[in-house]
Design a protein around this ligand. Sequence first.
Ligand code: QAP
Ligand code: CO
Length: 174
Amino acid sequence: MAKLTILEFPDPRLRRRATDVESVDDTLRQLIDDMFETMYDAPGIGLAATQVDVHRRLLVADVSSEKDDPWALINPVILERDGVEVTEEGCLSVPGFYEEVERSGHIQVRFLDREGAEVEAEFTGLLAVCVQHEIDHLDGKLFVDYLSEAKRQRIRRRLVKDQRQRQHDAAAAL
Ligand code: QAP
Ligand code: CO
């Protein structure tokens, strides 16, 4: 098991569009385990492969309070959507910022599970919102893209400043 490094906005690698996973094998299952470890450790409720600089269509999520409902979705496709849900969203790639985003409240998704079996499942509420947020990552999209340019600019400046400060602190500690 290994904790992975999470890319932070405005890193251009977060804008890459992920390509389909071609084979569900032990290497992919190891990546899934590492993504769960990284997400639970953060702690977070969802993580897309894009966020750990792997540009394959894969995401993990667990919105349960007991952290006992892990979902790993490979090559997810939204077949149907319905309803509206407004949620205060955050993102491990946009640390410290939370804003309301409107998404579908109900989605039907087709994906492969960690054994490579095709699954169709219906998600509602926070899990539906989380899966939509993570699929956006696989398309190079971030929740800040739904905000005003002014808000996005403010978040970008703050995070770039924090990143420079950390870089500076790390160099000074050498
Ligand atoms: C996506 O996000 C999500 O800013 C997953 O300092 C979030 O797990 C979908 C996190 C909310 C729907 C609703 C964020 C952790 C975790 C932070 C996350 C932070 C520490 C975000
Ligand atoms: Co995110």
